[in-house]
Design a binder for this molecule. Sequence first.
Ligand code: TYC
Length: 127
Amino acid sequence: MSKGVPYFRMSDPAGPGGPGGGGQSGDDGTDFDFATQTRVRTKKPSLYRVLLLNDDYTPMEFVVHILERFFNRSREQATRIMLHVHQKGVGLCGVYTYEVAETKVAQVLDLARRHEHPLQCVMEKDD
Ligand code: TYC
């Protein structure tokens, strides 16, 4: 996809012709739309990694449960990720748009807190 000159679609209120866009009227009232042929540019949303951090107290089974419940991991995947975090100190749960990542972090921290586990979960931009 090339970048550069911004284009406007006829229906884009910000585009030429203002709200409703569209062409101009000729002397005889005829509409002609040739001046406003355009296309819309979409922008991919930024993505965020959700990470689990190791600690010495949260039970392994609780971490596996978190990964199954909030990150839609199979028991095998969840166990592998949990062991990775346990051994390396940090591990990737998944990559999401901002609001989804924020929600998952909050869900993990909330459940951990309610079970009085010190489990920590953070998000960081995936650039
Ligand atoms: N280190 C913990 C234990 O030995 C297990 C654990 C794994 C804790 C991953 C947190 O994110 C974590 N019970």
